[in-house]
Design a binder for this molecule. Structure first.
Ligand code: PLP
Length: 443
C-alpha cells in the first residue's frame, strides 16, 4: 500500500521510472508519449542534457541561502532574464514554488498596493466562472470551478464571478465573435459598478483558459476591452499565465497575442519545465512604485523564495528555448497539430469543438453536435479516454463535462516544444483510436 495521499485514494498508479525527450518510461519498461507535458509543464521534454548540466553546476556551488540574508546570482540572473522579456511595464519578480503560490502573491500584492495608496476599501476580487487559479484557499476563492470549491466554500474569501469568454457555448447565433467578446467583457464593468469601484481590487483571468475548459482563447477584442474597463475604474488586471504562458501558445507570453499587458502576472509550469518546482509573480512598475513610495515592504515571503537551484534550472530551461528557437517550432508544429486535429476530428460525430493556440489544444466531446449536449458526467468519459490513451502509450490531460450543460468532457494536448512532425501525427492517431474505443465502451 502506498503511504502517499494521492488525489484518488482508491486508485493505483504506475511508477514513472525515467524519461527522454517526448517519452516517459514506466517501471515495466513501457513507453508513453507525453502529449500533455504532464499538466502543460514539460516544455523541453525529459532529461534535457543542458538543463541537467546547469542543475549540477548550481548544486555544486550552492543549494540554498535564505533571502533575508542574501540574494544569489541564480535568482538575480533569472529575474533579469524574465524582466527583459516581460510584457510592457513590468519591473520586478517574486519567486515561489508553484502556480498557486504565484496567484496568492498576486492577490496579496494587489491588495497591498491599495493599502499603500490609502484606498483600503478595495477588498473585492472579480474573476470568471469555469476558471482555475490553483488549489490554496486564496486561489480557490478566485477560482471558478465549483466542485473544487464546494467543500471549502465557507472558508473562502467572497468571490465575485462573471462569465468566461467561451465562444463555443457562449456566443449567440446573431452575434459576431467581436460582439460576443464585448458583451462578456462588459460583464466586468457591470460587476464593478454593482460592487462599487472603490471596493474593487483586481480582476483575475487566465489569458487562455486551461484545465477547466481545455485551451480556450478569448474572442478577438475581449482583453483590450477588459484592460480599458480596469483602467477606467482603477482596478488592477491580474493575468494567470501559469499554464498558458512561457511559450506554450507560440509567443513567450500569451497576452502578447491580445495586445495588452497586465499589472500583475502569474507564471509557473513552463518556467522550470518540470525540472524544478518554480513559479513567479511579475509585478509592474506602477504597483512596485506605490510600495516603494509607501512602506517599502511587501509583507509576504516564504522559505524557498528564489531558491538558487530552482532559479538556475529555470534560467537554463529558458535559455535553451531561446537558443534553439523553440517558439518557432511551437508555431510550426502547433499549426500541424491543429491541421491534424481538424482532419481527424473535424467531422467526428462527438467532437463539438477544437480550439487552442501553439502547443495548447483542446478537443471538446459532446453527446450531440447539433445541441452541444454533453455526455452524462456519470459515464466519466474523460477518464475512459485518458485510460484508453495511456493503454496506447499516450499521455493526455482530460477534464470532465458538467451535468448542467455548461461544458462537455474535453481533452487537453500540451506537448513539449521539442516535438517533431512524426510525433504530432502519432499523437493524433492514438488519440483518435482512444476516443473511438472510449465512446464504444460508454455505449
Ligand atoms: N493557474 C492555472 C491557470 C493553472 O492551470 C494551475 C495549475 O494547473 C494553477 C494556477 C496552479 O498551479 P500549481 O498546480 O502549480 O499550484
Amino acid at each position: 500500500m502506498s503511504h502517499i495521499l494521492h488525489r484518488m485514494l482508491s486508485k493505483t498508479y504506475p511508477t514513472a521510472a525515467g524519461g527522454e525527450g517526448m517519452v516517459l518510461r514506466d517501471r515495466d519498461g513501457r513507453e508513453h508519449i507525453d502529449a500533455s507535458g504532464g499538466a502543460a509543464v514539460s516544455c523541453l521534454g525529459h532529461g534535457h542534457p543542458d538543463v541537467l548540466a546547469a542543475m549540477h553546476a548550481q548544486i555544486d556551488k550552492l543549494a540554498y541561502a535564505h533571502t533575508s540574508f542574501f540574494t544569489t546570482d541564480a535568482a538575480e540572473e533569472l529575474a533579469d532574464h524574465l524582466i527583459a522579456r516581460a510584457p510592457a511595464g513590468m519591473e520586478s519578480v517574486y519567486f515561489c514554488s508553484s502556480g498557486s503560490e504565484a496567484i496568492e502573491a498576486c492577490l496579496k500584492l494587489a491588495r497591498h498596493y491599495f493599502v499603500e495608496k490609502g484606498e483600503t476599501r478595495r477588498v473585492n476580487f472579480i474573476s470568471r466562472r469555469q476558471s482555475y487559479h490553483g488549489i490554496t484557499l486564496g486561489a480557490l476563492s478566485v477560482g471558478g470551478r465549483m466542485k473544487d470549491r464546494a467543500p471549502f466554500e465557507q472558508m473562502l474569501m467572497q468571490g465575485h464571478h462573471i462569465s468566461p469568454c467561451y465562444e463555443y457555448r457562449g456566443r449567440r447565433a446573431d452575434e459576431t465573435s467581436e460582439e460576443y467578446a464585448l458583451r462578456v467583457a462588459d460583464e466586468l464593468e457591470a460587476k464593478i459598478l454593482e460592487l462599487g469601484p472603490e471596493t474593487v481590487c483586481a480582476f483575475v483571468a487566465e489569458t487562455v483558459v486551461g484545465a477547466t475548459l481545455g485551451a480556450v482563447p478569448a474572442a478577438p477584442g475581449y482583453f483590450k476591452r477588459i484592460r480599458e474597463i480596469c483602467d477606467r475604474h482603477g482596478v488592477l488586471l491580474i493575468l494567470d499565465e501559469v499554464m498558458s504562458g512561457m511559450g506554450r501558445t507560440g509567443t513567450l507570453h500569451a497576452c502578447e497575442q491580445e495586445g495588452i499587458a497586465p499589472d500583475l502576472m502569474a507564471i509557473a509550469k513552463g518556467l522550470g519545465g518540470g525540472y524544478a518546482p518554480i513559479g513567479a509573480m511579475l509585478a509592474s512598475k506602477r504597483v512596485v512604485e506605490a510600495v516603494r513610495q509607501g512602506s517599502g515592504v511587501f509583507p509576504h515571503s516564504q522559505t524557498y523564495v528564489g531558491h538558487p537551484l530552482a532559479c538556475a534550472t529555470a534560467l537554463a530551461v529558458q535559455q535553451v528555448i531561446e537558443r534553439d528557437d523553440l517558439l518557432a517550432n511551437v508555431r510550426r508544429q502547433g499549426a500541424r497539430l491543429e491541421q491534424r486535429l481538424r482532419e481527424r476530428f473535424g467531422n467526428h460525430h462527438h467532437v463539438g469543438d477544437i480550439r487552442g493556440r501553439g502547443h495548447f489544444w483542446g478537443v471538446e466531446i459532446v453527446a450531440d453536435r447539433s445541441t452541444k449536449m454533453p455526455f452524462d458526467p456519470a459515464l466519466k468519459l474523460n477518464a475512459r479516454i485518458k485510460q484508453a490513451a495511456q493503454e496506447r502509450g499516450l499521455l493526455i490531460y482530460p477534464m470532465g463535462g458538467t451535468a448542467d450543460g455548461t461544458a462537455g468532457d474535453h481533452v487537453l494536448l500540451a506537448p513539449p516544444f521539442i516535438i517533431d512532425a512524426a510525433t504530432v501525427d502519432t499523437i493524433v492517431e492514438r488519440l483518435g483510436d482512444a476516443l473511438d474505443a472510449s465512446l464504444a465502451s460508454a455505449r
